[in-house]
Each structure stands twice: as C-alpha cells, then as structure tokens.
Design a protein around this ligand. Sequence first.
Ligand code: SAM
Length: 262
Amino acid sequence: MNTPDDRSPSSRPSASGDTTHFGFREVPAADKQRLVGQVFSSVAAKYDLMNDLMSFGIHRIWKRYFVATSGVRRGDRVLDLAGGTGDIASLLQERVGPDGEIVIGDINGDMLRVGRDRLTDRGRVRGLRYAQLNAEALPFPDASFDLVTIAFGLRNVTDKQQALNEMQRVLKIGGRALVLEFSEVKHDWLKPLYDFHSFQVLPRLGKLFAGDGDSYQYLAESIRQHPPQAQLKAMMEAAVLERCDYRNLTGGICAIHSGHKL
Ligand code: SAM
C-alpha cells in the first residue's frame, strides 16, 4: 500500500526542491508563500467584486455545484481550506445545519478578515470558526473532519502534494477530500478565447477595479502552471486517497477532484 510519503517528484515544488513556479516565474520555493501572500493581501478588499467581473458571475454556479455535489450531511464537521472570503463555507453551513461545524482555514489574515466581516454582517456566526493556517501543515489531529474542501486554493500552495497529504490525514475514515480548481480547457475552440480573456482582459480588469494588474496576471499564469486533471488525480492517489476521480466544469475551465479516505 502507498503511504503519503510515496510522492512523485513532479508533484513537489520542483525536481530539486529548491525552486517553484510563481505564475510563469521560477522563484525560490521559500519565497512563494510570501509572494502569494502579497497577491491576496493586495486584492482582499476587491476580491469578491473581481470574481464576479472576471467570471461573469459563473464562479457562483461552480461553487454552488461543488457544494451541492459534495455529499456533505447535516451535523458534519468540515474544513474549508484556502477559504478566503467564505463563499464555500457559507454554502456548506446551510447544509450542515446547527449541529455541524465549518472551519474556514486560510493563510492570509486579510482574506480571513474580509470573509469574517462579510459572513458576520449576514448573521452567519453559529457553527463557523476561523483559523489562520498553512494548508501544508494543518494544526488539527488526525481524523478530525468528515469533509475537507479547497476551492481555487491549491494552485497557490507551494507544496501541493504536502497539502493533499494533510487533507487525507485530517479526514475521518469514510471522509471525503474535494478540490475545486481551474484546470485544463478541453475544447480547442475555447482555448484562444480563454487565453485572450486570461491574458488581455483579466490584468486590465484587475488594474481598473482592484488597482492591481499584476496580481491578475499572476492569476492567469498560475492557472497554466497548475497540474492538469489526470496529474492532479494521480497526486490525490499518491496522498492515499481512494476512489479518486474528477469531473470537468465548463469545458475544463474548472474541475472538481474527489477522493475518499477508506
Ligand atoms: N476559496 C475561496 C474562493 O473560492 O473564493 C478563496 C480562493 S482564493 C483564489 C485563494 C486563497 O488561498 C487565498 O485566500 C489565499 O490566502 C489562500 N492560500 C494561499 N496559499 C495558502 C496556503 N498555503 N494555505 C492556506 N491558504 C492559502
């Protein structure tokens, strides 16, 4: 049987372990967390507006579908990693009900603050907890959660394999790990449109509405550097998640990967 330490070299920050991608730039692996932190601190206040503008609101449909098909049940304890401003947590909370609990974990205090204020303003307090954490080193005992989710977060993590290992570790037996992430577009006709939108439109929207074109250039580049569907599935298997599978959304612009701890 595999153990979480049987990791493929391609899933580590780099073959040598010293450098990794930050968008299209190759940077020291030790620097990526700080650079990603700068991106999200810079955009935190405008993050939700930008999501709607960039995706024409479609991110809301992807997130609703992600949670609706998550298999989450009333009373579940769920960890939403890279939870940011709380979209996924808010949808999960409706499903776990008053006896369940959602822990929103994110490395960035600015994103967590925006999320906490936004959810609190909507009266969403009960059953929600916030934890500033690194997905690569979760501060929870083994077998703590029924479900662990990460939406549009994994591609920002320096050591993605380690984050998947940690997701597996904190799951209870029978629990499920779910990843919603941008992925590889599968339709040839869609690729040029998607590239135009990514590299010409997004940085300009970022500059105009968030005062930061570079962070949205990073967004477009980081998507292209993220492991495509089959590779991410193999990484989940390497994390000893079982019955791993994925499903494309909107022609592969996004994919939902799932795996179980059995
Ligand atoms: N899940 C939210 C959503 O779908 O709207 C937020 C996604 S946002 C694009 C990515 C989030 O990942 C940011 O809030 C960022 O701070 C967080 N993040 C990046 N690296 C992380 C890490 N190593 N551990 C935990 N969170 C991380």
